[in-house]
Design a protein around this ligand. Structure first.
Ligand SMILES: [Zn+2]
Length: 258
């Protein structure tokens, strides 16, 4: 069994290939929020993206063409949250399935009364616990203004490292679970109140109301904001922003106006 595992590991041993310069520059140009990174961070992101591409396996569905530009764009965005955390945070799974547009997930849910409900869910992204990440390419291309399906799904992956995606990922030393939960839930409760009030008045919230779904979604949605429009998160929820800085070991708002 040990030998079987070793062979398995050797088969999956990454053969890192350098990214061509033109493709890397084109990828950066398509993701303007990466301008916040300095040149040292960008070169580390590039190396991490190369390692990610060597380790992960991209497939497409629905007749979508699998191009280098698509893989590199998704890999780069997926690597931004783990720039200072490391690729081992995406361990134990390899697949990324890219759909041309939103896709349908058949769901089977048993309610509290034991009644089984079957329905189709339309999604722009999905992260399976221990399995692949599913992404809508159309949505991935909308990245930039606080909506980022790739960062969203990979935030769920980090959250799932210690069980279900509940908004509490494994925390670094010095960041207590209680402190994390209190800060997250205080912001979440406030956000839910604001989303309800906005809905009542037919208004829109500045931050994506999908975050009011549950604390797990709140963590993923606020992570999108943290990396794309950090000023807005810092302004609305400064304590949560500061906590995300400690978790991700990045401080994107301080570089929001280079
Ligand atoms: Zn989600």
């Amino acid at each position: 069994m040990a030998i079987g595992k070793l062979i398995d590991w050797m088969r999956r041993k990454p053969a890192t290939e350098p990214l061509p310069d033109a493709l890397w520059q084109e990828t950066l140009a398509g993701l303007p929020f990466l301008d916040r990174l300095d040149s040292e961070e960008k070169s580390r992101l590039r190396a991490l993206t190369e390692a990610f591409l060597a380790e992960k396996e991209f497939t497409t569905a629905g007749g979508l063409e699998l191009t280098d530009a698509l893989c590199v764009s998704i890999a780069t965005q997926a690597c931004l949250p783990i720039l200072n955390l490391g690729l081992e945070n995406y361990r134990d799974w390899v697949g990324i399935v890219v759909y041309p547009d939103e896709f349908v997930i058949p769901r089977v849910i048993e309610d509290d009364f034991g009644v089984v409900h079957e329905f189709d869910d339309v999604a722009s992204g999905e992260a399976w616990d221990g399995g692949p990440v599913l992404i809508s390419w159309r949505d991935a291309q909308m990245a930039g203004e606080g909506y980022n399906v790739v960062i969203h799904e990979f935030a769920h992956k980090l959250d799932m490292l210690n069980g279900e995606a509940n908004g509490v990922p494994p925390l670094p030393a010095g960041l207590a679970r209680q402190e994390w939960e209190e800060t997250l839930l205080a912001a979440y409760d406030n956000f839910c109140t604001r989303v309800d009030a906005a809905e009542e008045h037919g208004e829109e919230t500045e931050l994506d109301p999908y975050g009011a779904e549950n604390p797990g979604e709140f963590f993923a949605v606020m992570s999108e904001t943290f990396f794309e429009t950090p000023d807005i998160l810092q302004e609305n929820y400064p304590a949560l922003y500061a906590q995300f800085c400690r978790f991700y070991r990045q401080d994107p708002a301080c570089k929001a106006h280079p």
